[in-house]
Ligand binder design. Structure first.
Ligand code: ZN
Length: 543
């Protein structure tokens, strides 16, 4: 037993089933926290000497405690701000979309643009919205994003603002036209960026409101660290305001997007931000590269042709990636690549291999997010290169995106090989996991269930890719240890162990003791960041 003086805790958690994620001490009953750091892990009795008059005692009453989750790919700032725009959730017809947008404009008479989303990518997949939006909104630009953010609906005024009415479509972008060459009002990839670049910058108040609601959601789901996988200057300023006000209740690791053609100067700008934002709660540490698009509209880069031909539009040329990888490496910035198609995955791994050849091996941990298709040949290269496989596990079941939109463009057999999680795990790829919120829910538990079952978490049916599921241990590790590794924080986050930050969650049930189909129902009762407890109703009044 330790002596009475060696441990004076601010907080002691007792009576818990602590799943520590620390291999040296995998399970425990209790732990003690001082100055936001775990100082002792063990039995209830072993915490007695840590308890002083000011120590808060939290009795977990037998509940399971895990390290706080690391969401390794999400868009918390943007997602939090969506509430301020047109909400198209549940609008399944063009008439319903126009009605929602009209009502929003009436409620926001000063808004210069009508912005909102996401439109229903299944029911409205083949709609040409231009005429209806022009008829209703005239010279007011309209921008309605898709569920995956890689496409948008716009009217003529928005096309004009983004300089997309000419034939000069930006490289890597698409302004979709119909069979007779007429504009449809659908734009994709770099054409979306061309419009968002000229949209009004949100006010600080709007950013702060969005960040407040994002932080609430992060606490609700036990996300204590998150990679913001496409931040921007106004969001960074907003996160910093929250930090200074003591309201930043999650650690934000920001990846800054680099557009096509920007090259090394853009990396230098990110390096400057990395020097400005480097606290324990707010960090800029990566560049984000959209190496391809998405499968459904055939903008993902594929090794084999889509049905009907084509392998998808190349975004970055290899030489451009080399320039970006070199300058990022020199500035100690991490790569965070959006890579959906197997050719995009290979392009990133090849670029990393060339970087190693040029600049020598180093601990770089490039992140490849999404990984819908990965060639078996490339799976072992993740381990070799130390590249992180960043999984959005909730996508890995036969939902309509797979059955109605993916199967028609790649066929049944290839679609069934999507999201090869077990292949990556068996090949030793370091795994991390993320929600891509608001593309899909921030809640990790439906994703954890799907990672294991590969079936619809709400109505279990067909399996996608038999044998490609992970174990519960593997996916929980990806959300904790693996995420901490992905953000270079594996020496201080991702475990409940002495010396680690007291970021943890209390669950309403034991995930290892319930049927797999119940995993999506697991709720977080309490979230703690640096030992600060949220959901204070559960806290005992001390001793
Ligand atoms: Zn994303």
């Amino acid at each position: 037993m330790a002596s009475p003086l060696d441990c004076v805790a601010d907080l002691v958690v007792i009576g818990a089933q602590v799943v520590t994620m620390n291999a040296a001490q995998p399970r425990a009953e209790a732990f003690a926290v001082a100055d936001g750091v775990v100082v002792r892990v063990g039995s209830d009795a072993e915490m007695a000497s840590c308890r002083g008059p000011a120590t808060v005692v939290y009795n977990a009453a037998g509940l399971t405690v895990l390290p706080g989750f690391v969401d390794a790919h999400a868009h918390p700032g943007d997602s939090g701000m969506e509430a301020g725009f047109v909400d198209l959730d549940g609008a399944h017809s063009m008439e319903a979309v126009v009605a929602r947008a009209t009502a929003w404009r009436a409620a926001h008479p000063d808004a210069k643009w009508v912005q909102g989303g996401p439109w229903d990518g299944i029911a409205l997949a083949s709609v040409a919205p231009l005429a209806a939006l022009d008829a209703e909104f005239g010279t007011t630009p309209v921008f309605l994003w898709s569920e995956d953010g890689h496409s948008a609906w716009v009217n003529t005024a928005a096309l004009r603002a983004g300089r997309l009415l000419t034939e000069n479509v930006p490289r890597g972008g698409q302004v979709v036209r119909d069979a007779s060459g007429g504009l449809t009002g659908v734009i994709r990839e770099a054409a979306v960026d061309a419009v968002t670049a000229v949209m009004p910058v949100p006010t600080a108040d709007a950013v702060d409101a969005g960040i407040t609601s994002a932080l609430l959601e992060l606490r609700r789901y036990g996300i204590t660290s998150v990679i913001e996988a496409s931040s921007d200057l106004s969001l960074l300023a907003g996160w910093r305001r929250a930090e200074r006000a003591g309201r930043l209740t999650a650690r934000v690791f920001a990846a800054m997007p680099i557009d096509l053609g920007e090259g090394a100067p853009a990396v230098a700008r990110v390096a400057k931000l990395a020097r400005k934002y480097r606290s324990e709660r707010l960090r800029v540490n990566a560049i984000k590269l959209f190496v391809d698009g998405v499968v459904e509209p055939k903008t993902a880069l594929m090794l084999d042709p889509y049905i009907g031909g084509g392998t998808g539009p190349v975004q970055f040329e290899d030489a451009e990636l080399d320039e970006l990888f070199d300058s990022a490496d020199a500035a100690k910035l991490q790569i965070h690549a959006h890579a959906i198609g197997d050719a995009a995955v290979r392009q990133v791994l090849d670029a990393e291999s060339r970087l190693v050849a040029r600049r020598g091996p180093a601990d770089r941990r490039p992140i490849l997010a999404h990984l819908e298709f990965v060639s078996p040949v490339d799976a072992p290269r993740f381990a070799t290169l130390g590249a992180i496989a960043d999984l959005q596990a909730l996508w890995a079941y036969p939902d309509p995106y797979v059955t109605a939109l993916t199967v028609p463009v790649v066929g049944e057999a290839r679609a069934n090989a999507a999201y090869p999680f077990a292949m990556l795990a068996k090949a030793g790829a370091p795994l991390a996991a993320g929600s891509d919120w608001s593309v899909t829910t921030l809640n990790p538990w439906p994703a954890i269930e799907v990672a294991v079952t590969r079936r619809d978490p709400d109505a279990p049916g067909e399996v996608l890719g038999v044998g490609q599921g992970l174990t519960l241990d593997q996916i929980v590790a990806a959300y904790t240890l693996g995420g901490a590794h992905a953000i270079f924080a594996d020496t201080w986050l991702g475990q409940i162990a002495p010396g680690f930050k007291a970021d943890f969650v209390v669950l309403d049930r034991d995930p290892w003791a319930i049927p797999t189909e119940e995993l999506s129902d697991v709720k977080v009762k309490l979230t703690a960041v640096d030992g600060e407890l949220f959901s204070r109703g559960f806290v005992d009044s001390g001793n």
